[in-house]
Design a binder for this molecule. Structure first.
Ligand code: GUN
Ligand code: ZN
Length: 430
């Protein structure tokens, strides 16, 4: 494969800008470059030096566009692509009214293929190079997504969504079937190309203790897999969990009791946490995933970014499509900023960009491999035009520094801001 040299303004990170002084964690070069060989980044640095050292490389000069690691969406539901932006319901009613009827359609493999391909096309158009998705109860829905990802050489994390109660008949499996289907899919896909199987109990209300135990057992048998679920998203949901699991100390305990708490656990939302839950998540090194457009859209609450970062939790960022109202990680960063403001913390653009790349990669235990603009990482790269619309351009034109130039794109940008996307060193067609 020919060497590729991308030139522009480069933004990478050497640490976590949520901890300490954000400026210490940033690697920014206004005349930078990224060298790609065999799908990986083999050098970064000054554009002129990289050009001189690599006369054989094919050069793409992006001028003053921003070269970033590709965005990593750490929690979404690809089967909900078709019903994004459905009006007027909060979580449990929203699931019953809109989500479950749509998910039932994924028994039709052709429909699953269509939505899987559509979702990945939309994600890539928005600069997302990795996504982490719930599928549906149907094993074919998992095959559809991994096949679509494989055709694009995308690193995708996904699993069969298991439910054996409090869901319609056509969306329920059983403890045994959840175990058997998940195991078969895991053996088929985990580690194949860039596919990563994720053990996926939807959330405690839709799994019996027997099903949670079965999936906990599967996780113990396959510790290299991630496990994803939902945690403490809405107050009525939490009250329901208390009724369903009277012996549990709290919501997290419903997972912990059944072998579903661990370092490779991904807990979506995590808004209304109790002290014990925060301490346990930190102690085991688990990750929580902030889904800000969903939290406002479904009316869930205000995630405590700074409090949880200070408690040393690993935090990823995600669209939560279609509870989330956007496929764009730029819009998702904007919503995280707005929720931060409502909680009294203005997240810096460096912190927002870190969350959408390195933070989500850390949540997926993929630090240094994806979401990273540095030597050794897979060359999953998103190039952002910082003047993509007249409204953004007129604001960016008076920017005082790079952050003042990036922030209007974070707040007002969408897929028009995505100039190019590279996946494993291959430029994607527009
Ligand atoms: N909790 C359980 N299932 C879901 C879902 O599909 N979306 C969201 N936002 N929360 C959930
Ligand atoms: Zn979700």
């Amino acid at each position: 494969m020919k060497k590729q040299l991308l030139l522009g303004q480069t933004l990478g990170f050497s640490g976590n800008p949520l901890l300490g002084d954000w400026a210490d964690a940033v690697n920014f070069d206004s005349a930078g470059g990224v060298l790609i060989e065999d799908g990986r980044i083999t050098a970064t640095g000054n554009a002129a030096h990289l050009r001189a050292d690599n006369p054989d490389a094919a050069v793409t000069d992006y001028g003053d566009a921003l070269i970033s690691a590709g965005f990593v969406d750490a929690h979404m539901h690809y089967p909900q692509t078709g019903m994004i932006a459905s009006w007027g319901k909060q979580l449990i009613d929203w699931l019953n009214t809109y989500t479950f009827p749509e998910e039932a359609r994924f028994g039709d493999r052709a429909y699953a293929d269509d939505v899987a391909n559509r979702t990945l096309d939309i994600a890539v158009a928005h600069g997302t190079t990795t996504l982490t998705s719930f599928c549906t109860i149907h094993p074919g829905s998992v095959d559809a997504l991994f096949e679509a990802a494989d055709a694009r050489n995308m690193a995708v994390f996904a699993g069969k969504t298991c439910m054996d109660r409090n869901a319609p008949d056509n969306l329920r499996d059983s403890a045994q079937l959840a175990y058997d289907d998940s195991k078969a899919l895991l053996e088929k896909w985990h580690g194949k190309g860039r596919a990563n199987y994720v053990i996926t109990p939807r959330f405690s209300p839709t799994s019996t203790p027997e099903q949670l135990t079965a999936l906990g057992t599967l996780w113990a048998e396959h510790p290299s897999c991630l496990m994803q679920t939902h945690l403490s998203e809405q107050l009525p949901e939490i009250a329901w969990v208390k009724e369903l699991f009277p012996d549990a100390r709290d919501y997290l305990d419903t997972y912990e009791m059944h072998g579903l708490l661990g370092a490779r656990g991904l807990y979506g939302h995590a808004i209304h946490l109790e002290e014990r839950e925060i301490a346990r998540l930190a102690e085991v090194g688990a990750a929580v995933v902030h889904c800000p457009t969903s939290n406002t859209f479904i009316g869930s609450g205000l995630f405590d970014m700074m409090g949880l970062a200070k408690a040393a939790l690993t935090i990823g960022l995600a669209t939560d499509t279609g509870g989330g109202s956007s496929f764009s990680m730029l819009r998702t960063m904007a919503a995280a900023y707005e929720i931060g403001q409502l909680r009294g913390t203005a997240l810096h653009p460096a912190q927002l960009m870190w969350l959408a790349t390195e933070g989500s990669a850390a949540a997926l235990k993929m630090s240094g491999e994806i979401g990273h603009l540095g030597v050794g990482a897979v060359a999953d790269i998103t190039v952002l035009d910082l003047q993509s619309t007249p409204a953004i351009a007129q604001r960016a034109s008076r920017a005082l520094d790079i952050w003042d130039a990036v922030f209007p794109t974070i707040m007002m940008g969408d897929d028009r801001a995505v100039r190019d996307v590279w996946i494993a060193g291959e430029k994607q067609s527009a």
